[in-house]
Design a protein around this ligand. Structure first.
Ligand code: CMC
Length: 426
């Protein structure tokens, strides 16, 4: 049941004299919210295109202060988590509310690794796709196919929800790596329970049955950090899609497929792929001014990918850690990529340009993640799949939180602008 209690009242007065008293709910951190539920009884809707001023739910998982550039998971700052904890620590934190102690983490790891494998039937699902299918299309299908294998999770119990969370966390890396192996026509590699979560993912992506594969610890840490920095981000488009779909009570794997579909778009998770394509298109530092000019031109749909954020009007705190990791990986691999040179110069120019300063357009997490992933050897088309894999825990934490409250089906209304009633001519 909702825990919110109104602390203040807002008085709404329309120019025709109608007056309403509305409750104001207080947040622990951040903006308070005016409760408008009663307005529909007064034959009024609220209109908020893009839901920029709407709190979809109450949640105790993640907090973002976009003006200050702060991201907290269960109260812990993202940079502390990314630099001092592993993805599985953070996953445990998001799902259970507290960081695990050593025994709890060991048990969590063990349980996850015992669910890494997917049903062998999945190999046939993959065979139904063209090899050149976009891996996000395959990932959407594969995640919703999981719903066909697990009917027991429809049971409404804590135990069943925890099991679903474990299965999803365990199987997403396996499915993601299968998407990649299928696209290049290589055999699927079975998961290795003795490796870390990130190490196992790298193994399934890059090992072959022909020769031994040793996980590089720097790349393993970078992968783990990418997972951590993408783990959750409050009520973004994909998470609110998962909540909306879940509100009608379908199988949770189908809800996650909805999150994956929403994430695919270039304005959301597809930005890391779009960012690399943009850097490649720019190609050399001397062409940057041309692209900056295009980004500012209102008649040109071009935008600087990896810049700007709906919520952050300050430096994205995830981008800071990602920037450091990016340099670490490139140093380890001895890679000097022209893309990085273009990226650094683009960042410098954009951060000193009045257009970007006035609009508070800073580099976001996707500006650097693509460069790291490319250096690791992951193809561009897989970038959003990796984002989806990492974000699954955020989606499932939100799904669990939602199931634990008794929420209504999400059913927004509209301002109708079509014809008034009319009839077919005789
Ligand atoms: N390049 C150039 N101009 C931009 C950009 C950009 N990347 N982003 C916003 N603007 C301008 C926009 O034209 C508008 O200008 P004006 O006020 O003169 O009309 C102003 O900034 C505000 O833009 P908006 O579209 O109202 O902002 P929004 O909050 O709706 O959009 C965004 C947020 C992320 C969709 C947008 O900044 C964007 O398209 N960025 C590029 C795509 C990207 O990097 N997305 C990844 C987001 S982070 C990962 C994630 O969480 O999914």
């Amino acid at each position: 049941m909702p825990k919110l209690h109104p602390t203040l009242t807002a008085e709404l007065q329309l120019s025709d004299g109608r007056k309403f008293s509305l409750p104001v709910y207080q947040s622990n951190l951040g903006y308070d919210a005016i409760g408008v539920e009663s307005l529909q009884k007064e034959k009024l809707f609220t209109y908020d295109q893009g839901l920029t001023s709407t709190a979809l739910c109450e949640s105790s998982i993640t907090y973002i202060d976009g003006d200050q550039g702060i991201l907290l998971h269960r109260g812990y700052p993202i940079d502390e988590l990314a630099l001092r904890k592993s993805y599985l620590d953070v996953a445990y934190l998001l799902l259970n509310g507290e960081l695990p102690n050593t025994e709890e983490l060991d048990a969590f790891k063990k349980e996850i690794s015992s669910h890494y494998m997917v049903n062998e039937q999945f190999t046939r699902l993959f065979q139904g796709f063209r090899r050149d299918s976009h891996p996000m299309a395959v990932m959407c299908a594969a995640s919703s196919a999981l719903a066909a294998f697990y009917h027991d999770i429809l049971e409404d119990s804590q135990k069943s929800r925890d099991k679903t969370a474990i299965r999803l966390l365990a199987k997403m890396p396996t499915l993601a790596a299968m998407c990649y192996k299928y696209s290049i026509g290589r055999p699927f590699m079975y998961p290795q329970n003795n490796l870390s979560y990130a190490g196992n993912f790298l193994y399934m992506m890059f090992a072959t049955p022909c020769e031994p594969y040793v996980v590089n610890p720097v790349l393993e840490r970078a992968m783990d950090r990418i997972f951590t920095l993408h783990a959750d981000h409050e009520q973004n488009a994909s998470t609110s899609s998962v909540r909306s779909v879940a509100s009608s009570g379908p199988n949770p794997f189908a809800c996650i497929a909805a999150g994956i579909a929403s994430l695919w778009g270039p304005a959301h998770g597809g930005a890391n792929e779009a960012c690399i394509k943009m850097l490649e298109e720019i190609g050399t530092v001397d062409r940057i001014p041309e692209f900056i000019a295009r980004a500012k031109d209102k008649n040109d749909p071009f935008r600087l990918m990896g810049f700007g954020h709906r919520v952050y009007k300050n430096y994205d705190p995830r981008a800071k850690v990602m920037r450091e990791t990016c340099h670490e990986v490139l140093k380890e691999l001895g890679v000097t990529t022209p893309l990085l040179e273009v990226a650094m110069e683009l960042e410098r120019i954009a951060l000193s340009d009045p257009y970007f300063i006035e609009r508070k357009l800073y580099p976001n997490v996707d500006f650097y993640s693509g460069i790291i992933l490319q250096a690791i050897g992951i193809p561009t088309s897989m970038f959003t799949v990796i984002f989806a894999l990492a974000r699954t825990v955020g989606w499932i934490a939100n799904w669990k939180e939602m199931c634990e409250e008794s929420l209504k089906i999400v059913r927004p209304r509209q301002i109708y602008t079509g014809y008034t009633e009319r009839h077919i001519d005789k």
